[in-house]
Every structure is written in C-alpha cells, then in structure tokens.
Ligand binder design. Structure first.
Ligand code: AVJ
Length: 321
C-alpha cells in the first residue's frame, strides 16, 4: 500500500513574511537583533540536532527521560486515540514516544520548515501505517487556525516539547498559550516541556559547549544571510556570546562584532562598532509555579507536573478549561 495515501499537507505559506524583511528590520534597530526562528534552515536544523546530543545540553535527553517515565500517566490523562497536535515537529523521538503511548488516530505536526516536516512525516507514515498524518506548514509564532480534522469532534492533545516556549518573552508566551487554548476544545490537553531555573553555571555551559556547536549554530544565521540574501558577513569577524541574564530569567545569545566593520545586506549597508552585538535569541527559564501561573492566565488548569531528579526540566499536563 502507498503509505503516503494517509498524508495530507495543509499549507499556510509562512514564508510570505520573509527572511529578507526580518533581517533588514532587525539590523536597522538601535540594538540590532535577528529573530531566532530563522536559525532553522537545513544547515541550522542539522546543527540543532547535534546540539541535542551534546553532553552540556541537558534539555533534550532530560525531557525524553521524563516523557518515557510518564508515558502511561500521560496516556491515562489524555486518553487513547484522538488527535495529537505538535507545535514544531522537531525530534521524532519524542513524537514516537507519544504515538506509542497514545495511539492517536491523527498526528498533526505544525512546522515552519515544510521539507523538514514532510521528511519526518514520510518516516512516520512508514512506521505507523494506521496513522493519519495532517501536516500543517505554518509559523506558530503568529496566530493561525488549525484545520478541522475530517472526522471532527475528536479529543485533542497539543504537544509543545523542547522548551520552545522559552523563545517567547513571558507576555508573548501568554499570547501563544491563549492562541493554543483557542484552537482546543474544553477538556483537551496541552503537554508542554519547560526548561527550569537552576544554577547559572549549568545554564551557561549548556549554551557554551566545548565543541563549539552552539557557536556554529548561532553564526550560521550570518552564513544564511550570505547564502540567501547575498550579504557579505565575514563570519570570522563575529563571535558567539551566550550568558544567563538572571534578572530577566533568560539565556541570551548574541553575535558580537570583533571589530568596526560595515556589512552589506540586500543592497543596504549596516555599520557595526567594535563589540556591538546582534541579539539572536532569548531562552526563558521558569520555576514550575511561575509557569503554572502563566498557563492558568491563558485558560488552562494545571493537572500534573513531572520533573527529573535534579529538577533541570519540567513537563506539564494542562487541561483546557
Ligand atoms: C529550541 C529554543 C529550546 O533555547 O535551548 C539551543 C534553542 N539555542 N541552543 C533552547 C537553542 C541554543 C533551544 N530551543
């Protein structure tokens, strides 16, 4: 049988709000910045997969451990069957854990990078022949409407792993969670992974790995500007810098200009002074009670929080009120 018969693509054409516009806007600001969602071209996605394997980068393996331990409890809360909706289709390992535990009728990944998502769906279609796949290509950082599944009225579990929620500032996170709540029906669940506040030394190491993979991931943004926008960034003239900002409760990533220089992007010139930075990412950390408070404000009831033994990472099951 053709396994792709069960795969549908619902394309909301997210690249209409494009990379070029975002880069020109971000570099024109008094404090230069670039949106972190543009890290994930093919090169960046591959580098991120390597980050997840680094000894210093605990979130991925810790979350997988929590999900493995909690899988049957999650299935008891969410129920079997129904629709599994995943925001950012990312690492298929976490998805497979839930597919095995919940045996949903439909898997609906939502991702901005169409090819990456469809590749993952093809592999899932092969390994889960009974599963219907409804891939949604969308930028979930903007409000959008989920397609109605053919056989409607099914209960849904939304899954937002990896602490991707940490890329939103708390107010944006609230807006995102409200948007998810709107896409769900009362009683539906949201299973979300959240990186926790902890000893800053652990956080700083996780974003400054000894092998330099996070630095390469950060610098790839400049290489992507060169590839796609004909920019003339010299990646050797910028340095990766990441640190925990305790007052804001977030890791910040920057690219620091190592000297005074002018860079040309899409016909426009941007001047950098020595030491001037481009702010490329925020990764907010929460205490479990802080995050439950945020979820409550968005219209969810916190049902269960699981953490690892060292309280590095949290997975929360929230019920839409
Ligand atoms: C995918 C946003 C969860 O913030 O830890 C990893 C991205 N950046 N190393 C994170 C990231 C640098 C990651 N998130």
């Amino acid at each position: 049988m053709n396994t792709l018969a069960k795969l549908r693509l619902h394309d909301l054409a997210p690249e209409q709000e494009d990379f070029r516009t975002a880069v020109l806007e971000g570099l024109a600001k008094p404090h230069k910045s670039l949106p972190c969602k543009f890290f994930y071209d093919d090169v960046g996605s591959a580098l991120f997969d390597r980050i997840c394997e680094l000894p210093e980068y605990y979130p991925t393996r810790t979350e997988i451990g929590i999900l493995t331990e909690a899988a049957s409890e999650i299935a008891a809360l969410a129920g079997r069957g129904g629709v599994l909706v995943e925001y950012g289709s990312g690492s298929s390992l976490k998805t497979r854990l839930l597919l095995d535990a919940l045996a949903p009728d439909v898997y609906m990944p939502i991702d901005i990078s169409r090819q990456h998502m469809l590749g993952a769906c093809h592999a899932l279609a092969r390994d889960y022949p009974a599963l219907h796949l409804m891939a949604v290509c969308a930028d979930y950082t903007r409000p959008f409407t989920l397609p109605r599944v053919a056989r409607g009225g099914q209960r849904r579990l939304a899954f937002f792993p990896g602490s991707s929620i940490g890329n939103f500032a708390p107010l944006e996170a609230l807006r995102f969670l409200k948007n998810v709540a709107q896409q769900l029906d009362p009683g539906d669940g949201l299973l979300i992974g959240v990186d926790l506040k902890k000893d800053p030394a652990i956080l700083n190491a996780a974003y400054n790995d000894a092998a330099g993979v996070t630095a390469a991931f950060n610098l790839n943004l400049l290489a992507r500007c060169n590839r796609e926008l004909g920019a003339d960034f010299d990646p050797d003239a910028f340095a990766h810098r990441a640190f925990y900002n305790a007052a804001a409760g977030r890791i910040e990533m920057h690219l620091d200009s190592l000297r005074a220089q002018t860079v040309r992007v899409a016909g426009q010139r941007f001047a950098f002074s020595a030491g001037e930075s481009i702010h490329t990412e925020n990764s907010y950390k929460y205490r479990p009670d802080e995050f439950r408070h945020l979820a409550t404000q968005a219209g969810f009831a916190p049902v269960q929080t699981w953490t690892d033994a060292a309280d590095l990472f949290g997975v929360l099951y929230l019920r839409r009120l």
